[in-house]
Design a protein around this ligand. Sequence first.
Ligand code: GDP
Length: 297
Amino acid sequence: AEMFGQLTSGLESAWNKLKGEEVLTKDNIVEPMREIRRALLEADVSLPVVRRFVQAVSEQAVGVGLIRGVKPDQQLVKIVHSELVKLMGGEVSELNFAKSGRTVILLAGLQGVGKTTVCAKLSYYLKKQGKSSMLVAADVYRPAAIDQLVILGEQVGVPVYTAGTEVKPSEIARRGLEEAKKKKMDVVIVDTAGRLQIDKSMMEELKEVKRALNPTEVLLVVDAMTGQEAAALVTTFNLEIGITGAILTKLDGDSRGGAALSVREVSGKPIKLVGRGERMEDLEPFYPDRMAGRILG
Ligand code: GDP
């Protein structure tokens, strides 16, 4: 199934309830709103987000009145579209770069979400914008992760700083940053260790790495397939270590879309980039407007 496929058809049944109506009223939007609510919940959108969304759409729908030449179902589509855009943060949220000196991007996330892949994709993404970058391998618990980063770095033609698994991650980060300074790199991207679940030692380690780096961006990498969980994850990481945004991966999979729709609203942090595949070029900015367009089919 394609991402959002189910959500799109769920919403279609909402518009269909308005066929033959002349104007949106308090009464005739009850059924469509119920369909919208159901579609969002089935897409794994977080419950409080669904509630607020439905409320906002209903209020507007009742208020629009008769617009000549525009059918009520089209009016509702328009309202839902603009509320979806708002929900996802409105404007695209760009990466921030340091005003002077090096930009440091710290990547965090649970194991298997695609963090290591994102490191390399991000360096490739920056390279296309004319920015040089260096990768730093600070995931000391999985030697395979270090090897993987080195291989991916070679693939995209970006240097990778490694210091094995015996050095503390915060120390690796510090040394990596020094190395990047020497090499006059524009951006340093630091890969950190993930765990299968949130745990205290991971958070402590991330805090330490963050202190050592004073990063420009702290981005949490989140697997879109985690659905509802994603929003809670971003919130927790933000409270614990303070993040500047999220990167949503595996949007090419059959996730139902809940993460893309809930993260911003629940955590207050923007999704900055999305990964749509395993290739190095599969990383792009998160465009709320386009995403809303895709959802509405
Ligand atoms: P890490 O444990 O977070 O560092 O995760 P990895 O970077 O090793 O990625 C785990 C798996 O997910 C690998 O097989 C990647 O190829 C795959 N992967 C990462 N990003 C994406 C994506 O956007 N789409 C798809 N389909 N697979 C991805």
